[in-house]
Design a protein around this ligand. Structure first.
Ligand SMILES: Cc1ncc(C[n+]2csc(CCOP(=O)(O)OP(=O)(O)O)c2C)c(N)n1
Ligand SMILES: [Mg+2]
Length: 336
């Protein structure tokens, strides 16, 4: 027995990677509802460390590369894969897909495909927690591309001014689509930028997920005491921007070198070095995860497609009925 959190952190990272392997498989089988599937392979240290450092009732938003974060926060691979397949058992009944999963029950306030789009939501959540005296923290996860968006700085300023229980978490994977960070960013010390807004700032640039967890935990718990924070986690996006991108803008030797910086392999070696698990025990964990993902895949493929009458449910507010002209158009579509 061990008090170390490393087994849990390792398992979370491995579940994220295995899940996303299945996302790729779903796409190859022609079962995914869209082609814009953004994998976080190589980046699992961020979702696992910050995701597990959050408390049960805490909330979050994600960017378009958010599968891993949702898994770390309790997302069920079955309903996530069903969502990506556009099926009825998906978290949003298949209407959101990979980039728009949300589940309020698990604190997921929404994934957002607009770069930086999910950031102000956590400021709103933070204001409500402060005034309702709820001991919750809201965390915005986003990429390095969003560090160049004005909305981030407006949000940081408000969080700082009103001392909100909010954390801004930048998963810096070195690329924004096909643009390397060096070609897009004048001043790369992101935590210094956040510090200048009066935020509690943390920069993580190593492969040790346990270390990232403990440091992130401090930032999150400070935010709970109304000292808002910023976390940057450096990593490398192992594959293309989305499934169709073969990364022609970067060379094989860079990818080969950078893929050596694998947080999962690092955690595995540490588990063995610290005699927490041996190779055989780790293989057993990995096989359990593969089984879990096999059944999630089966579940998603078997899940039915929604009835066409479901298309507009949960889309418009009941309190705010559709204008008559739109109603007529919808009825025309449904009657075809
Ligand atoms: C406001 C806005 N501009 C451009 C895009 C197109 N776009 C989608 S993802 C992306 C790159 C985002 O890079 P980053 O924030 O680093 O996230 P990553 O994809 O690396 O996880 C861009 C430019 C968009 N979705 N929204
Ligand atoms: Mg990026």
């Amino acid at each position: 027995m061990t008090n170390s959190l490393l087994p849990q952190l390792y398992t979370t990272m491995k579940r994220i990677r295995s899940f996303e392997e299945r996302v790729g498989e779903l796409f190859i089988k022609g079962e995914s509802a869209g082609t814009m599937l953004h994998l976080s392979t190589g980046e699992e240290i961020g979702p696992a460390s910050v995701g597990l450092a959050m408390s049960e009732k805490d909330t979050f938003t994600t960017h378009h590369r958010g599968h891993g974060i949702f898994i770390a926060r309790g997302g069920d691979p079955k309903n996530m894969l069903a969502e990506i397949a556009g099926k009825k058992d998906g978290y949003c009944k298949g209407k959101g897909g990979s980039m728009h999963i949300a589940d309020m029950k698990l604190g997921h306030l929404g994934a957002n495909a607009i770069v930086g789009g999910g950031i102000p939501t956590v400021v709103g959540a933070g204001i409500s927690y402060k005034f309702l005296k709820e001991k919750k923290v809201s965390v915005a996860f986003f990429g390095d591309g969003a560090m160049q968006q004005g909305i981030l700085y407006e949000s940081m300023n408000m969080a700082s001014l009103w001392k909100l229980p909010v954390v801004f978490c930048c998963i810096n994977n070195q690329y924004g689509m096909g643009t390397k960070i060096d070609n897009a960013v004048g001043f790369k010390d992101f935590s210094k930028r956040a510090e200048s807004f009066g935020l509690n700032s943390l920069h993580i640039n190593d492969l040790d997920v346990e270390n990232a967890y403990h440091k992130s935990k401090e930032i999150i718990e400070d935010a709970r005491k109304f000292k808002p924070g910023f976390i940057e986690i450096e990593c490398y996006r192992f594959f293309g921007h989305a499934r169709m991108d073969k990364s022609p803008y970067r060379n094989d030797s860079e990818e080969k070198e950078m893929r050596k910086l694998d947080p999962i392999n690092y955690a595995k070696s540490k588990l063995i070095k610290e005699s927490i698990f041996n190779e055989e025990e780790i293989l057993k964990i990995d096989n359990e995860i593969l089984k879990e993902m096999d059944s999630a895949m089966e579940f998603a493929i078997k899940s039915p497609v929604n009835d066409k009458n479901e298309i507009f449910t949960d889309v418009y507010s009941e309190k705010d009925p559709l204008p008559e002209s739109i109603d007529k158009k919808i009825n025309k579509i449904l009657s075809n």
